[in-house]
Design a protein around this ligand. Structure first.
Ligand SMILES: [Zn+2]
Length: 319
């Protein structure tokens, strides 16, 4: 009788713990937003010479509820490993590049079985394969800009030996320091021979609500800004194309546009796993939320938001 009572108590406590866990994880949350902040992003004074093209290298399906707080538990969301070919007369930049040729071996080697399931992916075609298939000379890629160095972004590096890899100096130092400790960073992406690192420092020139920026071509068509939090040196990029369309590539500060529009952060379990500084990421999200509100024409592109990436011109088409 006593055993039965204890077992019932254990089962009851377990049910309570599990219910509590799921309620905590999936309870819809919004981050604290800025009371009044002018987050207007300056427009270019003249026309932009940039052409842009998007592609995905793989995808992953999961309930929307795991992508952002308040998402539907019963609705599937497609996350992608995207990249963008940005042609400017001064240089052609690959912004992000998705997963690369070596991804299967890297994934198996660096992740335990749980992580392999959690970060399961379906590879479609790598950036290099897509360029080759379209007859686009991959030596035209002058530089690769990575918003940060997590595995699913740095995975493009081995496919483009010798091509300068642009990332913030802060990010490169952060990734090197964290590579052994953090499962999201694959050490071989940082230590391999053949990688032509070209880290940059942001300047003290303000851009809209950002106190630092880097005007990559000096014409305001491609402006890099800090998006600290997800990783210490994460950056985003404002890009204006020749059609006058404005884009803001935000890396992994949010995994979905809905999260930015509604100020919904990632769920707590995901935050604790992938966001290096949870509080800082939430402040960054609050800023992105203001930017979305104050610049209704701006196309905000989270690297992994499948439906958003699918709306852009798909390689080899450009816009
Ligand atoms: Zn990331």
């Amino acid at each position: 009788m006593r055993i039965l009572k204890i077992s019932l108590g254990v089962i009851f406590a377990l049910i309570l713990a599990i219910t509590g866990f799921f309620t905590y994880q999936f309870w819809p949350r919004t981050v604290e937003t800025f009371a009044d902040l002018d987050a207007t992003i300056p427009a270019m004074s003249g026309p932009s010479p940039i052409r842009l093209s998007a592609f995905s290298t793989g995808f992953n399906e999961s309930p929307e509820a795991v992508i952002y707080s308040g998402g539907n538990l019963f609705k599937a969301h497609q996350s992608v490993y995207s990249g963008f070919v940005i042609e400017h007369p001064d240089a052609t930049i690959l912004l992000e590049g998705g997963i690369g040729e070596n991804i299967a071996a890297e994934h198996a080697e660096n992740f335990n079985l749980f992580e392999q399931q959690l970060f399961a992916y379906t590879k479609t075609s790598t950036a290099k394969e897509r360029l080759d298939a379209a007859g686009y000379d991959s030596s035209k890629i002058d530089k690769i800009l990575l918003t940060h160095l997590h595995w699913d972004h740095a995975a493009v590096i081995p496919d483009f030996d010798g091509v300068p890899i642009l990332t913030s100096q802060t990010e490169l130092e952060f990734a090197r320091a964290e590579a052994k400790a953090h499962f999201s960073i694959f050490e071989e992406h940082l230590t391999r021979d053949g990688t032509n690192w070209q880290p940059f420092e942001l300047t003290d020139i303000a851009f809209g609500p950002f106190d630092k920026s880097l005007d990559l071509f000096g014409d305001q068509s491609f402006v890099i800004v800090p998006l600290e939090g997800h990783t210490t040196g994460s950056v985003g990029a404002f890009i204006t194309t020749s059609t006058g369309k404005r884009f803001f590539f935000i890396g992994d500060s949010s995994w979905s546009l809905a999260g930015v529009k509604n100020a919904n952060p990632k769920i707590p379990l995901v935050q604790s796993m992938v966001d290096n500084d949870k509080a800082r990421t939430e402040r960054t999200l609050a800023l992105l939320h203001e930017i979305a509100k104050d610049n209704p024409d701006l196309n905000i592109v989270p690297t992994h938001d499948g439906p958003v990436v699918a709306q852009l011109a798909q390689f080899p088409a450009f816009e």
